[in-house]
Write a protein that binds this ligand. Structure first.
Ligand SMILES: C[S@@+](CC[C@H](N)C(=O)[O-])C[C@H]1O[C@@H](n2cnc3c(N)ncnc32)[C@H](O)[C@@H]1O
Length: 205
């Protein structure tokens, strides 16, 4: 997102058209070793220490999926954009990972259950975030966790979901909720950012 987000919603973005250049942003492609290391360290602290089943919703080109797989986790990725899924499949070829085209709000995973639902920069784009969170909670095994990385992009015409809004939606659904403020962590973004960036880790008791 930029600062010129007047009236933008997630539905306005043509994600298929964005796929080819998506990884050009430092925090998307994680091509800079320092940025990659910063995300790998954070992800490792958010995910369970043991090998786990991770559902990466709105997985995009699979950058976080790849970090999770490198850390020993089994990954299922879902994205509505076939072009994004194609790139994710290529990025994780040969890994313990499966990618599906589908709606993040109601992912096509049948009866399968997961230890982690991982979602970065997607919840803000969904038409009913509260409903999606309730559905995601039902996809977790007991003791599982939601790892949600979100923000509010831009300062003039901001879009996104604020941490306070997200934690209020989560409060009736989960047990422990941890919020990590990420705006000051320039290593994650490859630059200084003026807006709100954060991660929420919410464990289902
Ligand atoms: C900003 S990108 C984030 C990609 C990835 N999570 C990451 O952090 O690199 C948003 C992604 O969400 C996907 N997306 C948006 N709405 C979706 C929906 N309703 N269901 C599934 N994917 C969706 C887009 O296709 C895009 O790949």
């Amino acid at each position: 997102m930029t600062d010129d987000n007047v009236g933008l919603t997630g539905a306005d973005v043509d994600w298929d058209a964005s796929a080819a250049s998506f990884d050009d942003e430092p925090d998307h492609g994680l091509r800079d070793p320092e940025v990659r290391r910063a995300w790998a360290a954070r992800l490792s602290s958010w995910l369970p220490a043991r090998a786990s089943d991770v559902l990466d919703l709105g997985c995009g080109t699979g950058s976080l999926s790849l970090l999770a797989a490198e850390q020993g986790h089994r990954v299922t990725g879902v994205d509505a954009s076939p072009a994004m899924v194609e790139r994710a499949r290529a990025k994780l070829a040969g890994r313990d990972a499966v990618f599906l085209v589908g709606d993040a709000a109601a992912p096509p995973v049948g009866e399968q259950r997961f230890d982690v639902v991982l979602v970065r920069h997607v919840l803000w784009a969904l038409p009913d975030p509260g409903r999606a969170l309730r559905h995601w909670r039902g996809l977790l095994r007991p003791g599982g966790r939601l790892v949600l990385v979100e923000g509010v992009w831009g300062t003039t015409h901001p879009v996104g979901i604020a941490a306070d809004t997200l934690t209020a939606l989560l409060a009736p659904l989960t047990g422990r909720i941890r919020v990590e403020r990420l705006s000051e962590e320039t290593a994650l973004w490859g630059k200084e950012v003026p807006d709100e960036r954060y991660a929420v880790v919410a464990v289902v008791e």
